[in-house]
Design a protein around this ligand. Structure first.
Ligand code: CDP
Ligand code: MG
Length: 702
């Protein structure tokens, strides 16, 4: 073998073992490392344990490994760790598989909606809480798990709250199954069969021990970064809580003198100010979503060349849910020598993922949150001020490794006005998803905090209107059950089922996939006209849904043609170029294509009829009307619109292809609330179709 190769090889090996050494070192230095034995002991002693620990102390990455090493995966059982966010599940699983020195998807894996990296041999499984809820529908005992860790419980997402309630039941059922063989009542007829499975006779066993290895007791761990463990402890009947000492350096907090009118602009100025005036250290900026992040990313990169020579070493790395997972990992890599890293993150970086190297935090003080008005039955995403506890968590990110600084982009007196903590999501969302998540009796469910009765009733009413419930409030057959099988919002599930009857499932599938991601169009502030012109070749006078389909199909045609001619890498490059020329966000489109592939798998399995309506877009628009009749709006004399279900006055969002046309009647998919209420993603429909296709609703209205 030529010597060059040999030296290269050994070089590679040195690098590899250096990295391994570094990881061992890092693990040892985490605050949690010194309490491994005690933690394992507490888990053995307590069936429910609450673990509270500062962000970055090592809870998420280390505890599953401790439990694995302590033998909690014997007999092939699995430790499941749930996360409210898919980004966290994916990045942490990657990190832990590296720490364990194994390939991702073997011993350590992750499973999130539309993306599964697990195998038969997976023992430490990171997943979203929503995914575990779906698993519980198929296996109400969650029999393969020995331990379930509900992580980030302080976030109090709907999924986390529901999961805690279900797990309480599973635990009870599993421990009682060992002694009395009582079934678990989830309204699932198969449960008792599973339970009473015939035992193999084991000769020589005098004491007839029930054979319930399957239902060995389940250990439950609730992990939280907020110091208040009381709520969780009380909910689990006075469960024990242990606190892990964190390590936190002082963080200087700075406020602005006056309120900022444009926090994106203010963020940009602060980033450059830090970069030019402060010593080394990376910057973490909290923004509210993908669009903001991408716009700030672009602005920084545009302004960078104007900085003095020698000050241009700034590396921007975004992180948000829809980012492809290879790119998410970039935030953890150190910046090249001499560079300062600026991380633009959603509130994912608040507690879910710990990014090393941060010394400066910029906190504009906002977060995107779900909001629901049960009176109007309308859910919307709105940008709201953070709570005090969120602001504290954010500033804490600056002091993980050494003293840091946090710049809050609002005056100090505003901080005092913030709510102490964030209201649990279950109290501000549409609950129509709950049925599909396995909550049979929403009014009687043991919630950690009960949603309002009005909200529950409104959501049941909505499911009923979609045909998913019977008069007795059970899932209807087949529609309700079919809807529950799809990992989508009830309205979207219903749309797919209807589309197979309207012979336009192909079109609806594309639509639902594209509506599941953030906008695939991007229009930079300074190139609005160009973007508009580019969009023209896709836009349909009938509305945004058909426009979206046109883009999707055009990208398909483009990719098919090119991929025959060139290599993968090359075709990736031309694909990005094509997107750029057409002002299309290649990341979002790619994500949508991924989702499309997965839902297609589901509907095929369900035996739905995957046909296309061809050029008959009238048929497709009628199907949209039949599907989204709850979101219809009619034009009023002065040019605004009235949403029929809620009576709210809304306007067409400027990004819609119907913005100028103002048709008489539209259906829409999204309500965005800024200073005005805007509806987005619209299609022109005929009012008469609504009364024809949704008479159960429009007859009632009249
Ligand atoms: O869960 P908790 O906030 O307590 O901490 P963690 O997520 O387990 O993180 C522990 C350490 O692992 C932190 O110091 C992170 O910097 C590091 N980590 C990493 O380097 N790469 C990741 N993908 C995740 C964590
Ligand atoms: Mg964590």
């Amino acid at each position: 073998m030529p010597s060059v190769h040999r030296s290269n090889f050994s070089n590679h090996q040195t690098q590899f073992s250096e990295r391994k050494q570094k990881i061992i070192q890092q693990r040892k230095s985490l605050p949690i490392a010194s309490v491994e034995k005690r933690l394992v002991e507490e888990v053995r002693k307590n069936d429910v344990l609450i673990i509270v620990g500062e962000t970055g102390s090592g809870k998420t990455t280390q505890i599953p490994q401790f439990l694995f090493d302590a033998g909690f995966c014997r007999d092939g059982r699995v430790i499941g760790i749930t996360q409210p966010r898919r980004v966290a599940a994916v990045t942490v699983a990657k990190r832990v598989s590296e720490e364990c020195g194994v390939e991702l998807g073997l011993k350590v894996g992750y499973s999130v909606r539309f993306d599964d990296a697990t195998s038969e041999s997976t023992r430490i499984k990171y997943m979203t809480d929503g995914l575990l809820l779906r698993e519980a529908l198929l296996d109400p005992y969650l029999s393969k798990y020995s331990v379930i860790i509900v992580d980030e419980a302080h976030e109090r997402t709907v999924h986390t709250d529901v999961l805690m309630g279900l797990l309480k039941n599973v635990q009870l059922a599993r421990s009682s199954s060992v002694s009395d063989g009582q079934g678990l009542n989830f309204g699932n007829k198969n449960v008792n069969n599973v339970m009473l499975e015939k035992e193999n006779d084991q000769g020589g066993n005098f004491l007839k021990k029930p054979r319930h290895e399957k239902f060995a007791p389940l250990k439950l761990i609730i992990m939280s970064a907020s110091l208040d463990a009381r709520t969780f402890s009380e909910y689990f009947g006075g469960a024990k809580a242990v606190h892990i000492q964190g390590r936190q350096f002082p963080v200087d907090i700075f406020y602005t003198r006056h309120p900022e009118t444009d926090y994106l602009d203010a963020s940009l100025i602060t980033i450059f100010q830090i970069h030019l005036e402060e010593g080394p250290g990376d910057v973490l900026v909290f923004l509210t979503g993908q669009e903001e992040i991408e716009s700030v990313e672009r602005l920084i990169n545009e302004k960078l060349p104007q900085l003095p020579q020698g000050s241009q070493k700034l590396l921007v790395v975004p992180i948000f849910a829809a980012l492809p997972s290879e790119q998410q990992m970039r935030v953890f890599a150190p910046a090249p020598s001499g560079f300062r890293k600026v991380i633009l993150a959603t509130n994912i970086a608040e507690t879910s993922v710990t990014i090393p190297g941060i010394k400066f935090v910029i906190d504009p003080g906002f977060v995107k949150a779900r909001s629901y008005d049960p009176g109007k039955g309308m859910e919307s995403l709105i940008i709201v001020p953070t709570s005090k506890s969120q602001a504290l968590q954010r500033s804490g990110r600056a002091g993980r490794e050494r003293p840091g600084k946090c710049f809050r982009l609002y005056p100090e007196k505003e901080f005092e006005k913030l709510e102490d903590s964030t209201m649990p999501e279950i109290k501000r969302c549409n609950l129509s998803n709950l049925k599909a998540l396995g909550v049979d009796d929403i009014l009687g469910f043991d919630f950690i905090e009960k949603p309002s009765r009005a909200a529950i009733i409104k959501s049941l009413e909505q499911l009923f209107l979609l045909g998913a419930l019977t008069d007795e409030c059970q899932l209807s057959d087949p529609v309700g059950h079919q809807m529950a099988r799809l990992p989508l919002d009830p309205v979207y599930s219903k749309a797919l089922i209807l589309a197979s009857q309207f012979n336009c499932l192909e079109e609806m599938l594309i639509t639902v996939a594209l509506l599941s991601v953030e906008s695939i169009f991007y229009s930079p502030r300074d190139k609005l006209e160009e973007a508009r012109t580019a969009m023209k070749c896709f836009s349909s006078p009938e509305g945004d849904h058909i426009t979206l389909i046109n883009v999707f199909r055009a990208s398909n045609d483009f990719l098919e043609k090119r991929s025959m001619e060139m290599s993968m890498a090359k075709s990736e490059k031309v694909y990005r170029k094509w997107c750029k020329e057409n002002f299309i966000n290649s990341r979002s489109l790619r994500h949508a294509r991924d989702i499309h592939r997965q839902i297609q798998g589901h509907v095929e399995q369900m035996g739905l009829n995957l046909s296309s309506c061809g050029d008959d877009m009238l048929q497709f628009r009628r199907c949209l009307a039949a599907s989204f009749f709850l979101n219809a709006a009619v034009k009023q004399p002065e040019g605004t619109y009235r949403a029929l279900a809620s009576g709210q006055v809304v306007q067409i969002h400027p990004s819609s292809v119907l913005f100028r046309q103002k048709p008489e009647c539209v259906i829409f998919n999204e309500l965005v609330q800024t200073n005005n209420k805007y509806v987005r993603n619209l299609t022109r429909v005929d009012y008469l179709w609504l009364t024809e296709l949704a008479p159960q609703y429009y007859a009632m209205q009249n």
